[in-house]
Design a protein around this ligand. Structure first.
Ligand SMILES: [Zn+2]
Length: 243
């Protein structure tokens, strides 16, 4: 699909592009149909790594299981929130710095991050193994909502973007249409994604109480990061679950 995307451009996409020239930011800030996937669900606005000023990744590993059967939901675990692209980008950069400098990973751990500005921020993206949930990194898209959601839910804009991102991933063939969603705490002892947010995750129609990770062989790697060695959330505030 990717290789043919330049050959088959629907007229509607051309119109959107033309309107974009005239309307500029107004169009760019709106949810858009993904131009290379006809019939795709509405995708939320996805801020590129260049836009949030990501550091260069130092390695990568292609997902061996795709489309992925799982979506793993996280929160950042620190009480720092944002309502616009500039402040959300700063938080995403702080997560990346923590994962690379303190954890020693080659990049930010999550596949995507969601801000309460309603934007999605590209982490490792759709095609690469993340470092966020041991046992599931090779077969899931890991999505982190910026902030700590122990005591309250992410705002409506963030929840909308989260659900649109998952639907978008299914439409693009990156997430299985039979996917299950789980919270990080289902993969190890952690409070992530926060008590309040986890109640929301459990109420999602695709949530499963009994996830069973596939056994995968990850020999086709170009990585320097042991995929299954570690995972964590930001700033050491991803506290172990109470006993
Ligand atoms: Zn987590």
């Amino acid at each position: 699909m990717r290789s043919s995307s330049y050959l088959v451009v629907p007229a509607s996409s051309l119109l959107v592009l033309l309107f974009g020239v005239f309307l500029g930011r107004a169009v760019l800030a709106s949810p858009v149909k993904h131009p290379n996937c006809i019939g795709a669900a509405e995708c939320p606005r996805i801020v590129s790594r260049e836009e949030w000023k990501a550091r260069k990744r130092l390695g990568f590993e292609l997902l061996p299981v795709t489309p992925t059967p799982y979506v793993v939901i996280h929160h950042g675990g620190i009480r720092r929130y944002c309502k616009d692209q500039e402040s959300c980008s700063a938080i995403v950069r702080s997560y990346q710095n923590f994962h690379m400098d303190d954890r020693g990973w080659y990049d930010i751990g999550y596949n995507f991050l969601v801000g309460e500005d309603g934007n999605v921020y590209t982490g490792r993206g759709w095609d690469y193994v993340g470092a966020h949930a041991i046992g599931y990194n090779t077969q899931s898209i890991g999505i982190c909502v910026l902030g700590d959601f122990t005591d309250f839910l992410p705002n409506a804009a963030a929840l909308k973007a989260l659900n649109e991102l998952i639907a978008c991933g299914v439409s693009l063939g990156k997430i299985s249409d039979k996917y299950n969603v789980i919270g990080h705490r289902q993969t190890r002892a952690t409070e992530c994604p926060g008590e309040s947010f986890y109640k929301y995750v459990k109420a999602l129609p695709r949530w499963t109480a009994n996830p069973i990770p596939l056994r995968t062989n990850t020999t086709t790697t170009t990585t320097t990061e042991p995929t299954e060695l570690r995972d964590n959330d930001v700033a050491g505030n991803d506290k172990p679950a109470a006993l």
